[in-house]
Design a protein around this ligand. Structure first.
Ligand SMILES: [Cu+2]
Length: 67
């Protein structure tokens, strides 16, 4: 399964790494691609992973999923 959303609050590659690592730490997440310029996060994950879990990981790292 693939989920894509936009992340607000990233200003540099460190932010990208924080968000990437937080998403990778979610159980069932296989692959994460976060782009600083477009703010786009692409997550490849198992069927059981919910959008809420992904959003919680992002906010837990100190960033927001764009509405
Ligand atoms: Cu940063």
């Amino acid at each position: 399964m693939k989920t894509t959303f936009f992340v607000d609050g990233m200003s540099c590659e460190h932010c990208v790494k924080h968000v990437t690592d937080a998403l990778k730490a979610v159980d069932g997440v296989k692959k994460v691609k976060v782009n600083l310029k477009t703010r786009k996060a692409e997550i490849d994950h198992a069927d059981g992973v919910t959008l809420d879990a992904l959003k919680a990981a992002v906010s837990g790292a100190g960033f927001q999923v764009a509405a």
